[in-house]
Design a protein around this ligand. Structure first.
Ligand code: SF4
Ligand code: SF4
Length: 335
């Protein structure tokens, strides 16, 4: 396993890190085996979130007994208020069975009002900074799917890391966000390196990413086989046949893959189009059907509320057939 510097934190992180989303789908015993295999193969960076149900807890249990200073624990909260953020940090500490977290991130920067609240007096950002002063959190970061917004925030506030999607299909962070983070020594954590499971050549997809100057890629893992496959990408060059396979996959998927850029919003019917599509992908690709269905049911507007006005398709920079995709989403969750 190769290790890289996580920006100004100075931490040396495994270039293949551990994404904690899929742990929700396995038993605590399976989680233990998966995490132990990751440790054995040199993974030292583990990322989770308060929003991933019992993922933090399972990681905490699996890491128990392993020297604390040899692992780098990262997690995040989507809370916008100061007290709520502080409460979430306490829960994360309990779940991870530790008295400090290496990295705590503001989760999923999205929505003007919510972002304003996070950085206003009494907001989550204040809570996070307090936790840092108290030694509960060593470093702070942001995560999200909107490169332009992340860039704007990096220019305004002092973050140690930024986490964003980057893969063969989602390249929106390449022109500006990644170079800016590099220039300012901000650690770059790549989420969705396999496009949320949409890419079928994981080793090649990871090798492709690792050619770039980034800190770590964090594919989600829920089996020992996945851990081994992902780790095997470290330190190995992408071959020509692999590059061709990736290109073909990109051509096939690119035309119907939602990059969660939000340009299609708002929808007059109140549909949160990127979230609906993401939930469907999680259900189909990560095997998180119940998890996704529960969240789908909580959506204020469902795919079936689409009146097919077509406004969103005019705004989508990727020319996605959103109405068709929403029909498929409706059939998947409501059919
Ligand atoms: S086509 Fe459907 S999803 Fe798109 S803007 Fe119209 S109602 Fe909303
Ligand atoms: S449907 Fe298109 S515009 Fe809407 S979030 Fe996805 S990629 Fe962006």
């Amino acid at each position: 396993m190769n290790y890289r510097k996580l920006g100004k934190t100075g931490l040396q992180v495994s270039e293949v890190g551990f994404g904690g989303i899929p742990l929700q789908r396995v038993s605590p015993a399976e989680a233990m085996q998966v995490v132990r295999e990751a440790l054995r193969l040199g993974i030292n960076f583990f990322d989770s979130a308060r929003g991933y149900t019992d993922s933090e807890e399972k990681l905490g249990r699996a890491l128990q007994g392993f020297p604390r200073r040899e692992v780098i624990l990262a997690t995040k909260s989507g809370e916008a208020g100061k007290e709520e953020m502080k409460r979430d940090i306490e829960i994360s500490l309990r779940n991870f069975r530790t008295d400090y977290l290496d990295l705590y991130q503001l989760h999923n920067m999205r929505g003007e009002e919510r972002v304003a609240q996070i950085f206003a007096p009494g907001g989550a950002w204040e809570g996070l900074q307090e936790a840092r002063k108290e030694g509960k959190v060593r470093f702070v970061g942001i995560t999200g799917h909107l490169p332009a917004l992340l860039l704007e925030l990096l220019k305004k506030e002092s973050f140690d890391t930024v986490q964003f999607p980057f893969n063969t299909i989602e390249q929106e962070a390449l022109p500006e966000l990644l170079p800016y983070a590099r220039q300012h020594d901000i650690g770059t954590i790549i989420m969705k390196p396999l496009a949320g499971g949409a890419l079928c050549h994981p080793a090649a997809a990871l090798k492709y990413l690792l050619r770039h100057d980034l800190s770590t890629v964090i594919p989600g893992m829920r089996s020992i086989a996945e851990v081994r496959e992902n780790v095997a990408a470290s330190g190995v060059a992408l071959s020509e046949p692999e590059e061709k396979a990736l290109q073909k996959e990109k051509d096939d998927l690119g035309a119907r893959f939602c990059r969660r850029c939000d340009y299609c919003q708002p929808c007059p019917q109140g549909l949160d189009i990127p979230s609906l599509m993401t939930l469907q992908r999680y259900s189909e690709r990560y095997g998180l059907h119940e998890w996704a269905l529960e969240r789908y049911r909580l959506q204020p507007a469902k795919a079936s509320d689409c009146i097919e006005c077509g406004e969103c398709e005019e705004k989508c920079p990727y020319d996605l057939p959103i109405r068709d995709l929403l029909r498929a989403c409706r059939d998947h969750f409501e059919g």
